[in-house]
Design a binder for this molecule. Structure first.
Ligand code: ZN
Length: 111
């Protein structure tokens, strides 16, 4: 997820006029004429790690509760499948809504 934008300092030319009036390589983009936003990449990576961590924790808790409920209530096979399905559907719903919220807040920060 890279965001490249024409450098506002040199207007994408790669050269900026210094204080001495001589065109020099733009210090902001180092003569590339474009800027790549790496900060958003870092934000994405950290939130991605949070999502992975959340998934792992959720599944550990979910399967623990699932194993406990099987041993206590001696559920039948159909009910076990239903509970497993609901658990994963809940996880998917949480993840999708989290990603949608992230995408919405990300769009706001750009503007
Ligand atoms: Zn520049």
């Amino acid at each position: 997820m890279k965001h490249t934008q024409a450098c506002p300092t040199c207007s994408g030319t790669g050269f900026a006029r210094g204080e001495d009036g001589i065109d020099d390589i733009c210090p902001r983009c180092n003569g590339k004429g474009s800027i790549t936003f790496t900060s958003r990449d870092k934000v994405f990576e950290s939130s991605f790690m949070k999502i992975v961590l959340f998934c792992v924790l959720f599944l550990i808790v979910f399967y623990s509760l699932f194993a406990i409920s099987i041993s206590i209530f001696s559920l039948n096979f159909t009910l076990e499948i239903i509970i497993l399905f609901i658990g994963h559907a809940a996880l998917a719903t949480i993840l999708i809504s989290y990603l949608m919220l992230k995408a919405l807040s990300g769009d706001k920060s750009i503007a």
